[in-house]
Ligand binder design. Structure first.
Ligand SMILES: Nc1ncnc2c1ncn2[C@@H]1O[C@H](COP(=O)(O)OP(=O)(O)O)[C@@H](O)[C@H]1O
Ligand SMILES: [Mg+2]
Length: 377
């Protein structure tokens, strides 16, 4: 593990030095593994601590010992039993990130292999918490602050999609939040590990169908991802709709007792309405629910259109009030029912007229002549 003797103010960065004894204490297992990692990485990186561990690898806080810039280094697990998939994910993440440059997307600055051939990515250090951690702490986010975050993530998606990158794993844990000095929240989209670069043949998009490995959580998975359908920018829009729903209500829109049950809800059920106490405006509800339409053709067709509506919403201007498929279905049902009644009524009316005519005709029919024979007197 690297020491950082020039920065003693940050407890995180304290060297492992027992001041009372004046000798270095024995290294813990974690410290040993950090040291081992540091020795594998280019020597300009000091490695401080592990911040997160995922299925494929882990994220460490690090610093360039020359520029003093902090970074997050994502390194593939050494004993990864899914080496090939993990390697592909790292390459995909590095490649996608190299195509993107946006204030709400975490920048990837370097990609390489350690001396033991483990892929690693060096990213800007984001000094904040994930949206998932924030919701866990605060339960949910009030609409005004939530819309600020939504607008930023939507512009990040707009930029990614314009550059033909679909994230495919949008979830609260992949959105980091920081605050500027004036208290403004800034969102940063991370983890393009299963992103798909559209129209590229040199990258194998990794996902449910290609690898048999279930990636991501079913809580935010679009119907087309769950069924191995065509993926495009509208897939991210669906996942983002589920994220927005979760942020506003503190609950995922679809949650079953197991993976299959949750997926089944994505495929067949309408999201539950927001509780009235959440005070979600009709227009915000409309935006979120439109993103979560089952059929991609019923959703916002582009992240740019979604961004525009979120912007208009926050400015108090009109949004694109396209009707939701569920509303259209209900209206169609009502229309069919009304039509049925009208036709029924007309048929009944005509029938009654016909019956009346029939009865009238029957009653006015000339009676057969009655011949009476007058008695001769
Ligand atoms: N650039 C970063 N700066 C600080 N923390 C980060 C950064 N990137 C990721 N993290 C933290 O690590 C977690 C996992 O990162 P992610 O890229 O999503 O990896 P994984 O592939 O394991 O999901 C995030 O939820 C966040 O808490
Ligand atoms: Mg992640």
């Amino acid at each position: 593990m690297a020491t950082s003797s020039d920065d003693t103010t940050n407890a995180d960065l304290e060297p492992n030095f027992d001041k009372s004894e004046g000798v270095t204490t024995e290294l813990s297992a974690e410290e040993k593994s950090l040291e081992a990692l540091a020795s594998e990485l280019p020597q300009q990186y000091e490695v401080f601590n592990k911040v997160s561990e995922g299925g494929m690898g882990a994220i460490y806080k690090a610093r360039n010992r020359y520029t003093k810039a902090f970074s997050a280094i994502k390194v593939m697990r050494a004993e990864s039993d899914v080496d090939e998939i993990a390697l592909q994910r790292f390459i995909v993440e590095a490649k996608s990130a190299s195509l993107l440059n946006h204030p709400n997307i975490c920048r990837v600055n370097d990609f390489g292999l350690t001396t033991t051939n483990r892929p690693y990515l060096v990213m800007d250090w984001i000094d904040g918490i994930s949206l998932g951690a924030k919701i866990q702490r605060d339960l949910r986010i009030a609409p005004a602050e939530a819309v600020t975050i939504f607008k930023q993530v939507a512009t990040a998606l707009e930029h990614a999609h314009q550059n033909k990158v679909v994230h495919r794993d949008l979830k609260p844990e992949n959105i980091m939040l920081t605050r500027t000095a004036d208290g403004t929240t800034v969102s940063h989209l991370v983890d393009f590990g299963i992103a798909k670069v559209l129209d590229e043949t040199d990258l194998t998009p990794l996902g449910l169908t290609q690898t048999g490995v279930v990636v991501g959580t079913p809580l935010y998975m679009s119907p087309e991802q769950a069924t191995g359908g065509e993926i495009d920018g509208r897939t991210d829009i669906y996942c983002f709709g589920c994220v927005m729903y979760f942020v506003l209500s503190g609950k995922p829109p679809f949650l079953g007792p197991n993976f299959i049950a949750t997926i089944n809800k994505h495929l067949t059920q309408a999201p539950p309405e927001f509780a009235p106490n959440l005070k979600i405006s009709d227009n915000l509800r409309l935006i979120v629910f439109r993103c979560m339409e089952k059929k991609p053709s019923d959703r916002y067709q582009t992240a740019a259109a979604l961004s525009a509506d979120l912007r208009n919403l926050s400015l108090g201007q009109n949004i694109d009030v396209a009707k939701l498929a569920s509303t259209r279905k209900l209206e169609k049902k009502r229309l069919v029912t009304a039509g049925f009644f009208i036709v029924g009524f007309i048929v009944m009316y005509l029938l009654s007229i016909w019956m009346q005519d029939f009865l009238d005709a029957a009653s006015t029919k000339p009676k057969p002549a009655v011949h009476t024979v007058e008695k001769k007197r």
